[in-house]
Design a protein around this ligand. Structure first.
Ligand SMILES: CC(C)(COP(=O)(O)OP(=O)(O)OC[C@H]1O[C@@H](n2cnc3c(N)ncnc32)[C@H](O)[C@@H]1OP(=O)(O)O)[C@@H](O)C(=O)NCCC(=O)NCCS
Length: 216
C-alpha cells in the first residue's frame, strides 16, 4: 500500500524516518507501506526533500488523486492536523498508524488510526491512545493513561499513570504531568513545565509548578 505524509515541514520529515525504519523492520513484504511522497499546502523546501529522496505530490487539493493510499498527518499543531485529516478522509485516503521499531508498547494498549509513535517512546500498560495522536521522540506514557484524539506529546515529555490528555492537548518538550491529572482540550503545557494540578481547557501553563500564563 502507498503511504502519503501530509505536511513536509520539520516534523513531517521526521515522520518519514519513522515510516522508513518501521518498513525496514517489517518481516512481511505485504504489510510494508511504500512511501509515495509529501502533500503540503505551503511551499516546501524541494532541495531538502530531494536530499532525503522524497517527492512533493502537491497541495491538499490533490488528495482526491491519491484515493486509497494510506496517510498520516505530520503537522504538530492539533487544529491544523484535524483539518488536514478531515480533508484526507473525505478524499478517500486511509489513516494509518506508524510505530518506530525502537518504541516499546506494553500489554492492552490501543492506538487509533493516524497516530505516530516516534523513536524511543515508552508506553506501558492498559493505555488508550486515540486518532492522530503524536508521541514524539523518547516521550513516556504511564499505565492507564488516556490520550484523546489529536493530543500531541513533544520529545522527552513524561505522562504519568492515569493521566487524561483531552482532545488536542499539547505537552511541551521535557514537561511532566503528575499521575491522575487531566489536561483539558486544546490546552498547552509549556516546555519544561511540571503539571501538579488539572489544566483547564484551552489554557497555556508554564513553569515548575505549572501556572497559567498571565497568572504567574
Ligand atoms: C508555553 C509556550 C506555548 C508559550 O508560547 P507563547 O504563547 O508564544 O509565549 P511567549 O513566547 O510569548 O512567552 C510568554 C511568556 O512566557 C514565558 N515562557 C514561554 N514559554 C515558557 C516555558 N516553557 N517555561 C517558562 N516560561 C515560559 C516567556 O518567557 C514569556 O515571559 P515574560 O512575559 O515574562 O517575558 C511555548 O513557549 C512553549 O513552551 N511551547 C512548547 C514548545 C515545544 O515543546 N516544542 C517542541 C517542538 S518538537
Amino acid at each position: 500500500m502507498d503511504l502519503v505524509i501530509i505536511g513536509a515541514g520539520g516534523f513531517g520529515r521526521e515522520v518519514l524516518d519513522v515510516a522508513r525504519d518501521s518498513a525496514a523492520s517489517s518481516c512481511s513484504e505485504d504489510l510494508r507501506l511504500r512511501f509515495r511522497g509529501f502533500v503540503d499546502d505551503g511551499s516546501p523546501d524541494l532541495q531538502r526533500l530531494e536530499r532525503i529522496g522524497a517527492d512533493y505530490l502537491g497541495s491538499s487539493t490533490e488528495l482526491a488523486r491519491l484515493r486509497g493510499a494510506a496517510y498520516v498527518v505530520g503537522v504538530g499543531n492539533p487544529k491544523v492536523r484535524a483539518q488536514l485529516a478531515a480533508r484526507a478522509d473525505e478524499a478517500g485516503l486511509i489513516a494509518t498508524t506508524l510505530v518506530h521499531p525502537s518504541a516499546t508498547i506494553g500489554a492492552d494498549v490501543t492506538l487509533g488510526p493516524g497516530t505516530v509513535i516516534a523513536a524511543g517512546v515508552r508506553i506501558t500498560t492498559n493505555v488508550r491512545i486515540g486518532r492522530h495522536v503524536h508521541l514524539n521522540l523518547n516521550a513516556t506514557v504511564g499505565h492507564d493513561a488516556v490520550l484523546e484524539d489529536f493530543a500531541t506529546v513533544n520529545p522527552l515529555a513524561a505522562i504519568s499513570g492515569d493521566v487524561v490528555l483531552k482532545q488536542g492537548a499539547t505537552i511541551g518538550t521535557t514537561a511532566c504531568v503528575n499521575q491522575g491529572l487531566c489536561v483539558g482540550s486544546e490546552a498547552v503545557v509549556g516546555a519544561g513545565a511540571a503539571v501538579v494540578k488539572n489544566v483547564e481547557p484551552a489554557t497555556t501553563v508554564v513553569g515548575v509548578p505549572a501556572r497559567a500564563l498571565g497568572q504567574r
